[in-house]
Design a protein around this ligand. Structure first.
Ligand code: FAD
Length: 275
């Protein structure tokens, strides 16, 4: 099966982590990703690591997307960062609001990702392909599902080229979201974000924070495995491969893997899908 796939990484914090990520990338490149993306700590906290990892990916001959969050930023800092990225020959951005760690004031000159998308287009025209985030199960801070969908449409109409979703395990939520967005005139590619399951505690922690629902049956099965990592991984591979299989059969425009800087689970899922 031929389908555009992309891989997401976070910037490593140590030289050992950077070496490990280089090895992970080489294994994943065998899947010929359309691009690899690198996350960006809100408030610019990981800027050097993010930009450095993006540069390495480009130097390895693979297209790279730089995540870019605007919460707490000023127009002047964003302008300077965009200039740096252009000088690096970066052509893709994932434009986000981001979340400031608790304790930081809000401040800044951007309120929402739509402000950032509009600013990037006004400042740089079509220099970047812009991806934005989508939330089939509703962003946790949204006033309502309807308001969130409207906010998504506004963000897209500000100049996005395509979207990547928060991860989910309910395909119904994704298909409904795509249909509802289309009804608002949003007809860009909404690529499902897929989180391989490799650890029960990590998945529960992330999901609680980002509002992704873990269906009761999956939660209970994971809890039942306790510390039995092998069973968690085997179950996770079955569940996530089935999820991707349903999405692929329905004709999704691509798949974006949240790799967590690991290759094994993502590679096995690709292999089982015949990607
Ligand atoms: P927005 O689209 O601005 O939405 C944020 C909230 O504001 C939503 O509740 C929305 O309904 C509401 N809203 C939007 N516009 C309006 C409006 N005009 N009026 C009222 N309400 C409005 N975080 C990072 O820090 N670094 C990353 O690298 C990163 N990468 C991500 C990649 C993907 C694919 C995804 C799905 C998420 C990523 N995140 C990342 C997390 C993201 O930053 C958070 O989910 C954040 O809370 C929202 O960012 P956003 O760009 O979706 O915000």
């Amino acid at each position: 099966m031929s389908l555009p796939i992309s891989f997401e990484f976070f910037p490593p914090k140590t030289p050992e982590g950077a070496d490990k990520l280089r090895a992970t990338r080489q294994l994943l490149y065998a899947q010929k990703p359309e691009f690899c993306s690198v996350t960006f700590g809100a408030g610019g906290s990981t800027q050097d690591g993010t930009f450095g990892t993006v540069k390495e990916i480009l130097d390895e001959g693979v297209d790279a997307a730089c995540h870019f969050s605007c919460v707490g930023a000023t127009k002047a800092t964003v302008r300077a960062q965009l200039a740096t990225l252009r000088a690096m020959n970066v052509k893709r951005l994932v434009a986000l609001r981001g979340d400031l760690p608790s304790g930081y004031g809000i401040g800044g000159e951007f309120h929402y990702a739509s402000d950032l998308v509009a600013f990037i287009r006004a400042e740089t025209g079509d220099a970047f392909r812009i991806e934005v985030a989508a939330y089939p199960e509703v962003h946790p801070q949204a006033k309502s599902a309807e308001a969130d969908l409207q906010a998504f449409a506004t963000k897209v109409k500000a100049g996005a080229n395509s979207a990547i979703t928060q991860y989910f395990f309910n395909t119904d939520a994704y298909f409904r979201f795509v249909d509802d967005a289309a009804a608002l005139g949003v007809d860009l590619a909404i690529v499902p974000g897929i989180m391989p399951i490799t650890s029960s505690t990590q998945l529960m922690r992330f999901s609680d924070a980002c509002g992704a629902e873990i269906p009761r049956w999956i939660r209970l099965r994971l809890q039942g495995y306790g510390d039995d990592i092998q069973s968690i991984k085997a179950f996770g591979l079955d569940v996530v491969t089935d999820l991707c299989d349903q999405l692929c059969r329905a004709g999704v425009p691509g798949i974006h893997f949240y790799t967590m800087n690991q290759s094994a689970a993502t590679l096995e899922i690709c292999k089982r899908l015949g990607l």
